[in-house]
Design a protein around this ligand. Structure first.
Ligand SMILES: NC(=O)c1ccc[n+]([C@@H]2O[C@H](COP(=O)([O-])OP(=O)(O)OC[C@H]3O[C@@H](n4cnc5c(N)ncnc54)[C@H](O)[C@@H]3O)[C@@H](O)[C@H]2O)c1
Length: 448
């Protein structure tokens, strides 16, 4: 919404949220989300054509177009628990809009939703509203956290789905005209509602599948001394495969991939497509396997015990350039290491302490075997091992000789993102391991 405000000075955007704290933060100097370039845009537009408020009813009444962008987490209760999307927040938005609106509006699904949710939204609006006409559009968001602003400013495509009626097509055109302020028309794809809704789930499923596929092969590389970087380069040079999204790692995270695939799995199951459901579910299972495989490899390499050993954790966010930790592989790895009674010294340049404690279910930080550090050198001091869990650029250029000197020996380093020069580290003295990398000390390895 900040990018739309920035690109369309003639459009007034009001962002409303039921969370008062978040709105306060959006109106302050400390935005609740870290994203390169976002602060600058918000500061330029805020108070001009970009407003943050908790006054939902006024915002609903004044708007011509309403984007529903609320959370759609995986359901944790009742039918579909653990897989289907929890649509209660979407439904409550639709009800409120229906009850409060006094004029016709276009309602845009910006949240990621199961196919045919637009039908439910339309039904709710119809029964709750006071003679107003609504057109429901699907306009899924394809941005990636960490590069959100550049993805939005220069998108591969914008997707807008709507009813194929004269009114639906007119609503689609209205939304097209918003994006056309900066996105070339040929990049704005219009479809029917269901294709648009399904395309978002499918896009995330394909992206996550690529990561799980390369991670599956990384396991085989470690067993055979093939090098995953070389394999990725060799297969990625085939234009049918393409070279992007082939970086092997400790696993994907983020609020979307797992949630959206599980949502797709549930959708398939509810249409009786069990084989299709199992196919996609494997992408998530493989990702879980990769995270635990990483922790197990650490334990077995450190002579099968890490109890009371200090382990330095470099990075906690699910990827670089974000402070988001949702479904971060660091959570699973740290949890495994704590279960093995290790002592963790965690450093992340952007994630706040309270978030790390929350993610690791720690109520009393004093009593736990966790220290949060202000820099990586402090984290690594007297540690038996380092685990790089987020690919922050800064981790590539640390003074690893200084770090090595301050660590217990033998000093181990496990690069869960394949960002450091393993040979260079070995020359310093480290026992260094990457994902899917040949292992000079094969007898220390576990494979499965
Ligand atoms: N984060 C991403 O990178 C990304 C990318 C593409 C799509 N999406 C989708 O966008 C949606 C939102 O994701 P997010 O990461 O921003 O979630 P989020 O949990 O960070 O934010 C959702 C916000 O909605 C607010 N909210 C909930 N119910 C409300 C209501 N009835 N009225 C007003 N506000 C309400 C919450 O207070 C919260 O601040 C999800 O469906 C997600 O799948 C997210």
């Amino acid at each position: 919404m900040a990018v739309i405000a920035h690109k369309c000075p003639n459009i007034q955007i009001t962002i409303v949220d039921i969370n008062d704290e978040k709105i306060k933060a959006w109106n302050s100097d400390n935005l609740p989300v870290y994203e390169p370039g976002l602060k600058e845009i918000v500061e330029e537009c805020r108070g001009k054509n970009l407003f943050f408020s908790t006054d939902m009813d006024s915002a609903i009444q004044e708007a011509d177009i309403i984007f529903i962008s609320v959370n759609t987490p995986t359901k944790t209760y009742g039918y579909g628990a653990g897989k289907s999307a929890d649509l209660r927040f979407v439904e409550s938005c639709a009800r409120r809009i229906g009850e409060v609106a006094q004029s016709d509006k276009i309602i845009v699904e910006k949240s990621t939703l199961p196919v045919r949710t637009a039908e439910s939204i339309r039904d709710i609006l119809e029964v709750t509203s006071n003679n107003c006409q609504f057109q429901v559009l699907s306009n899924p968001e394809f941005l990636a956290e960490g590069t959100a602003i550049q993805d939005l400013e220069n998108p591969d495509r914008v997707l807008i789905g709507g009813e194929q009626t004269p009114e639906g097509l007119q609503a689609i055109e209205t939304l097209v005209s918003v994006y056309a302020h900066w996105v070339p028309r040929e990049k704005i794809i219009t479809t029917n509602l269901w294709s648009s809704e399904l395309s978002k789930l499918t896009a995330n499923a394909f992206l996550a599948q690529r990561i799980s596929s390369i991670n599956a092969i990384s396991s085989l590389c470690e067993a055979t001394d093939a090098d995953i970087t070389e394999v990725a380069k060799a297969i990625g040079s085939d234009t049918r495969i393409g070279n992007r999204f082939l970086n092997s790692s400790v696993g994907f995270g983020g609020s979307c991939f797992q949630k959206d695939i599980l949502n797709l799995v549930y959708l398939c199951e509810s249409y009786g497509l069990n084989e299709v459901a199992r196919y996609w579910e494997q992408v998530v299972l493989m990702n879980d396997h990769q995270k635990h495989r990483f922790s197990r490899k650490m334990v077995s390499t450190l002579f099968n015990t890490i109890a009371d050993k200090k382990i330095a954790i470099f990075g906690f966010a699910f990827k670089k350039d974000t402070n988001d930790t949702r479904e971060s592989p660091a959570i699973a790895v740290c949890q495994d290491l704590l279960d093995e009674q290790a002592e963790l010294a965690i450093y992340d340049p952007k994630v706040q302490a309270h978030q790390i404690y929350k993610d690791l279910n720690i109520s009393d930080p004093e009593a736990e075997a966790i220290t949060l550090c202000n820099d990586p050198y402090e984290a690594a001091k007297d540690a038996h091992a380092i685990a790089i869990l987020t690919e922050w650029d800064a981790f590539k250029d640390l003074d690893y000789a200084k770090i090595y000197a301050s660590m217990k020996k033998p000093a181990f380093l496990f690069d869960g993102r394949n960002i450091v020069d393993l040979e260079g580290l070995r020359a310093i003295g480290f026992d260094a391991f990457g994902i899917g990398k040949p292992n000079p000390k094969r007898n220390n390895m576990i494979v499965s």
